[in-house]
Design a protein around this ligand. Sequence first.
Ligand code: GDP
Length: 421
Amino acid sequence: MGDEGKGRFTNLLAGEGYAAVARFNGGANAGHTFEHNGEEINTHQIPSGITYGIDNYITNSSLVDPVALIDEMRVLERAGIEFEPGRFIISASANLVLPLHIMLDEIRENGAHAQGSTKRGIRFAAADKYQRDGVTAEQFFSGQMDVVFEQLTRATEQLTDSEQIRELIQKHQNWANAMQVLAPFFGDTVEIVHSQLDADNHILAEGAQSSGLDIEHGIHGEGTSSHVTVGGVLNSLGVGPHYVREVFGVAKLIKSRVGGTPESFPTRIEDEELAAKIRGPKGAIDSEYGKSTGRARMVGWLDLAELRQTKRVNGLGSLIVTKLDCVSSAGETVKIATHYEDANGEVVEHTPTSMDKLRELKPVYQELPTWNGNIQDIRRFRSLPGEARDLIKFISAELDLPVSMIGVGPNKEQTIDRRRK
Ligand code: GDP
């Protein structure tokens, strides 16, 4: 449910001849981490292809926070990454996150109705979008600033503290300045995507959150505010289904999640001592602490019912699994939920979208042996310990899905690639 290592694999795939990487959903609420020239790179809104000399797009369904985006660009620039207008392009029709959205998110998260959001204003920007009150760069640059001022006026009416009002107006001024700085980067990504496709170039679409958090296909009320599935890709890029060549799913062998209610994560590990062992040391590149928030993530066993649902909702062609090297942190055995059982003992093979239904289901586990020794330097499947191979084969057979790549360490080259080239 996040932090599977999607960024690391999109970064790896992006170097395989794609003309562009398109980030199709989410916003500054996401965090991807990968290694670049020996340095740890954290991205939030910027596509993971930014380390290559290829195009990178932020497409229509993303929720763009211009202030946070500039901060992110500055950090990457210090790591030697360049942003060229015409090559890094943000959809001018993507909805924008305003400071008032962030403020409303903070107020809600600090109150009785907290939902464990990352306080980046995503939920409120999405709400405005679907109420058709959202603001886009197109409107901003064509001088339709009334929309912003209307929003601001509405927000200030809810505030009684004049200091808060002053602060909010100041933040909106900074926001408008950030938009001017970003002006050369806005464009028509649908047009650009189609010109790439017309030239037979390939585009890699990258999600911000995991499939289980989709607003419609995830647990109702527990997910994120956008579509994170392949359906969302088509819509955000503005392309038809015949352009989809290959769909990779990424799953971490021991799951984690930050935020959300524990009940939405039925395979979570409640033994805090074991959970802490699995999380690893805080501060390590691959430890289970939120990149955007620093919060300790909930950890739990791989859930094949959830992956089956992900497979069918997205039409996965293969699965990439990550952190095989970390599996032994669970001890001598690792558990995998193969399916759920309901109160009548009936087998349930797919995760439902209703929390009430999920609450009635119990995960059924298979326990598999782990192995000793470090596997981070192994690059061939057949060189893995027998138990590690059996674990991968077991998952692949249960899901009826090939496992195309395996992460055995946080670095790009620490990968076992089983694709036929
Ligand atoms: P994302 O949101 O799915 O892109 O995931 P994150 O980037 O937030 O978190 C994944 C973290 O796990 C990163 O720090 C990666 O470097 C690390 N990681 C990814 N794959 C592996 C792996 O196979 N082994 C280890 N040890 N770490 C990995």
